[in-house]
Design a binder for this molecule. Structure first.
Ligand code: SF4
Length: 955
């Protein structure tokens, strides 16, 4: 770093750390004066943001001043009801005693009675390790209710996904298509990237029902109806394939497009690849293509073979086979004509065809060639790297639907067809991706291994490839409280946090004892059916005990969830602790380099607050968890910093949370012995580590042998076979065969499970209407309702931030004037919004920037009165509203039962499938309202600063 840590003569001190006002993780430079933060700037040397800072980032100073801070552990007062926020302040010692006693008992009897779920944290490597050592299968972070479809859909297709694991090559791309992206997680890099694209005269196309965020500066907006993007993408593929605009060489050499699929029905290998040898997901040399030179089947990528990309053939053993690409082409050419797609999506035919042709022509005619030599997995040396400069990126708008996995599979297929993956100008991976498809870790799959006082043998989360990887009992019932990895939701790579409270309340599949929640506002905006969930949290057994016996929440602030907890552990802010942004979790790598980072304490935490990381390390020590303790059962680590420095993946794998400055003297990277000075070295370098890959291994990494060897050597992957991308998914077909009963091994137990698998586990991407469409009267509930993330707020985090509240303190229901006029609603009218599940009152505001059949609002802005230590009359509570009350967490399964309102493949929460009707209300003010929360014990008085109290406004 070039900057001196102190500024002579000013009394000011400058420290570097990593922002956490959203998940982008920009590098920041914090100026401190008289023990307080004076201001926050972007770190110009940081690879993520290069000095750029956003409104949220610079408003971190007000997070420190938040009147919503909790200053001591809180225990629900004897006799007080949950939700009353009536707590006594207790010492940390007492909090530890309560927790230790309870958790020891659970662990020594039935570890799965602890459910541990975390929200928007960035320490899943630690929380996952803690719960694995504890021995409970009931762990996940928030991914299942966020964007698991984006992650799983791409990882199961191309071996990597977006945001921290990949993204548009902004330095070279000429045409960018953003699907379902508002203000993205990858926030400042996107802003920098879009300005680069525009400076170059490139085109930005935004596909979203709402033109907010980056849509505001897009060159073209396609206002699709929510949940129809999959059809649109398949329509694009129709045009691209029909006009021959696909990249044949790319499809043949990097995807399973030419591989031959057995079409004959009823056989064990129906719908699988015609192959020789033992089955191995990652060895494609066993699969066959049709060789046009010899007119016979030959091994994939065999020497001298000229594979057919399309066609139907007869194998020597009499089987009918088709290439994967033939199956995709048949599907899109027959089922997704621009006319049909237009009728589904609301996008004009002309626009569908033109945008598809633009993508195809730019990919074909504006190729970029760089003089970089590299060698592919079959030993062929290449003098250059070539790219098709179309970059496609999707986010939650695609993911948060019950058809999102197949939609993301379709998007991945479009990227494959355009030949635009890990090449200049296209989508590029970031280390540690790409990984084998799917990645090697599998979820814990044997319920008999859940034993008292015993760690799990493998992590709770992973990527199943077959029914045998599911976490089900011998009778097929789910083992996890959230029903992840069950027959209903087989590929639940991130768990299903949105089901936990409903299932725990019902005791389905069993009762739990303790639910620990970290950084998730599960009683408010981080849950569907908010009003119902609040009742479940308060609900009691006939004997007066709570149905969910013990609720523990760790939070730095007075969120709504805090009010419903039995024990509250006061966390610190991101400016008061050590954190790691780890390669083992969610790193911040760049396309051409491995990057990770830390946070350091800029200020000391207030007395009574403790970083949750420290709490977990201490708790693990008290519980005697293996991995945290020595053979005598004594704690091995003095605290989190010590843990980060000294913990390694395994005794023979000297890899830890941080990749930089490893080895005794800090000379190694990624792999190496612990270095006692590692954290100091990060701090000296501005709190980040960056290791640049050699040019020869920066592109084509799915099949770049030198890269694959390097990644294997550095333990980023477990095998170095070429990572062949999947137009056709055998994983999905395996589940279908289990449903058909033609595959040996585990089979679903019920007809309902079989029917779901047969319907949704299609190995070729397809579009189906969101499941809610089939469960509600869509004539009555004809309007789609969705949320978007605002630029100046991150989820519910910033309603306690005096500066950001001034930017935005009330959300509106944005409605297209065309629709409003049709239903008799005027601008700024209060309206009733009703779904099949519930009803809310909100204030409508006209906007032309929304698809006419859709209404939308900002996410997480409405508040329960008194929560976050806001004045009960604050506009967030009196005018702000929460759409979540309308979203059912379960839908009818059509046979008298209920099923989670989620994607049937991954369990992704279907937030954006909501259907509503709207009419003018006679009353004003948001509804429903709840009993106002009183300030917590030990909180600061509600201040009269700026807009924090509704009573006073500045100026
Ligand atoms: S984009 Fe996110 S991480 Fe970056 S400065 Fe803004 S709030 Fe901080």
């Amino acid at each position: 770093m070039t900057e001196a840590p102190t500024q002579a003569g000013t009394g000011q001190e400058v420290k570097y750390t990593t922002c956490y006002m959203c998940s982008c993780r920009c590098g920041i430079k914090v100026t401190i004066e008289n023990g307080k933060i004076r201001y926050i700037q972007g770190n110009p040397d940081h690879p993520t943001n290069k000095g750029v800072i956003c409104a949220k980032g610079s408003a971190g100073i007000m997070k420190q001043e938040s009147p919503a801070r909790i200053f001591s552990p809180l225990l629900r007062r004897e006799g007080a009801e949950r939700g009353a926020a009536d707590f006594e302040q207790i010492s940390w010692e007492r909090a530890y005693d309560i927790l230790t006693e309870r958790l020891k008992k659970i662990r020594s009897t039935d570890p799965k009675k602890l459910a541990f779920f975390t929200g928007r944290d960035q320490m899943q490597a630690l929380t996952g390790y803690f719960t694995k050592q504890f021995g409970t299968p009931n762990f996940a972070a928030h991914g299942g209710f966020c964007s698991v479809n984006m992650a799983a859909g791409m990882i199961y297709s191309i071996g990597g996904t977006g945001w921290e694991f990949g993204g548009p090559d902004w330095d070279r791309t000429r045409y960018v298509v953003l699907f379902g992206v508002a203000e993205d997680h990858d926030s400042n890099p996107f802003k920098i990237g879009i300005s680069k694209l525009k400076d170059r005269g490139g085109k930005l196309v935004v596909i979203n029902p709402v033109r907010s965020g980056y849509g505001a500066v897009a060159d073209e907006w396609l206002p699709v109806k929510p949940g129809t993007d999959g059809a649109l993408i398949l329509g694009f593929l129709h045009v691209i394939i029909k006009n021959g605009l696909y990249d044949r060489d790319f499809l043949v050499s990097r995807t399973n497009s030419p591989q031959l699929v057995v079409m004959d029905e009823g056989w064990e290998d129906e719908g699988l690849f015609w192959r020789e040898g033992k089955f191995d997901d990652n060895d494609h040399s066993q699969n066959f293509v049709w060789d046009l030179n010899t007119n016979s089947p030959k091994p994939y990528m065999g020497k001298g073979v000229k594979p057919a990309l399309m066609g139907t053939f007869k194998t020597p053993d009499g089987k009918t086979v088709k290439t994967s690409f033939q199956l995709l082409a048949e599907r899109v050419l027959n089922d997704y004509t621009p006319e049909r797609v237009s009728a589904i999506t609301g996008t004009p035919v002309e626009q569908i065809v033109r945008v598809a042709l633009e993508m195809g022509v730019v990919a074909r005619d504006e190729k970029i060639t760089l003089p970089i030599e590299w060698t592919d997995a079959w030993g062929n040396h290449h003098a250059t790297v070539t790219g098709n400069p179309v970059a496609i990126h999707g986010m939650r708008g695609l993911a948060a639907h019950s058809n999102g996995f197949q939609t993301v599979r379709a998007m991945s297929s479009l990227m494959m067809a355009l030949g635009t993956i890990d090449r200049p100008g296209g989508f590029r991976h970031k280390p540690p991706y790409p990984r084998p498809i799917p990645p090697c870790p599998k979820p814990t799959d044997d319920p008999s291994l859940i034993k008292p006082n015993t760690p799990l043998a493998s992590p709770q989360l992973g990527f199943p490839t077959k029914p045998e990887n599911l976490m089900v009992n011998p009778d097929g019932t789910p083992v996890r409280i959230d029903k992840a990895y069950s027959w209903e939701f087989p590929l639940t790579a991130h768990g299903m946090m949105h089901n936990v409270i409903t299932n725990a309340h019902r005791g389905d599949p069993y009762k739990i004892d303790t639910l620990m929640i970290f950084m998730a506002n599960m009683a408010w905006n981080s849950t569907m059916n908010t009003s119902g969930v609040i009742e479940m949290l308060k609900d009691k057994e006939p004997d007066g005990s709570y149905k969910i016996p013990f609720l523990v929440t760790s939070d730095a602030f007075f969120s709504e969830m805090v009010a419903f907890s039995d024990l509250v552990l006061p966390d610190t802010t991101y400016l008061e602790r050590y954190d790691v942004i780890s390669l083992l979790d969610r790193p911040i790598s760049e396309f051409d380099s491995v990057v990770d980072s830390i946070r350091q304490p800029i200020l000391s935490p207030p007395e009574g607050c403790e970083p949750f990381q420290e709490t977990l390390i201490k708790l693990a020590g008290r519980l005697g968890l293996p991995g945290f303790c020595d053979d005598a059962g004594k704690p091995k680590f003095t605290g989190y910093k010590d843990f980060v420095i000294n913990w390694t993946v395994a005794p023979d794998t000297p890899m830890g949370f941080l990749a930089g400055w490893r080895g005794k003297d800090g000379d190694d990277h990624i792999i190496g012995e612990p270095n006692p000075s590692q954290i100091d070295m990060y701090i000296k370098n501005g709190c980040f580590f960056q290791f640049e890959l050699e040019e020869a291994i920066q592109y084509n990494r799915n099949i770049n042998q030198e890269y694959l060897n390097w990644a294997l050597d550095h333990k980023l992957i477990r095998r170095n076979d070429p990572i062949i991308m999947r137009i056709y998914s055998e994983v999905l077909q395996r589940f279908r065969l289990a449903a058909k009963g033609t595959r040996p091994g585990r089979q679903p137990a019920t007809k309902k499970q079989r029917d779901r698998l047969l319907k949704y586990f299609d190995p070729v991407p397809f579009w189906y209407p969101p499941i809610e469409d089939g469960a509600v009267d869509t004539k009555k509930y004809a309007i789609h309702a969705i949320t978007q993330r605002p630029m100046p707020h991150y989820h519910s985090w910033d309603s306690q931030n005096a500066w950001l509240r001034q930017v935005m303190g009330q959300n509106f229901l944005y409605i297209n004037p065309l629709k409003a006029q049709a239903i008799g609603v005027a601008d700024m009218d209060w309206v009733w919004v009703e779904s099949s599940h519930g009803k809310i009152r909100a204030q409508a505001k006209f906007s032309h920037a929304v698809q006419p059949d859709t209404v939308w609002t900002w996410n997480g802005m409405g508040k329960m009165r008194g929560a976050w230590n806001l004045d009960p009359k604050a506009e967030e509570a009196t005018k702000g509203f929460l759409l979540n009350h309308l979203i059912a967490e379960e839908l009818s399964d059509g046979t008298g039962g209920q099923v989670s309102n989620s994607d049937p493949i991954t369990g992704q929460a279907a937030w954006y499938d909501l259907r509503v009707r709207i009419w003018k209300a006679d009353e004003e003010g948001s509804w429903p309202q709840f009993t106002p929360l009183k300030p917590l014990a030990g909180m600061v008085k509600r201040p009269d600063i700026l807009q924090y109290s509704s009573k006073k406004r500045r100026g």
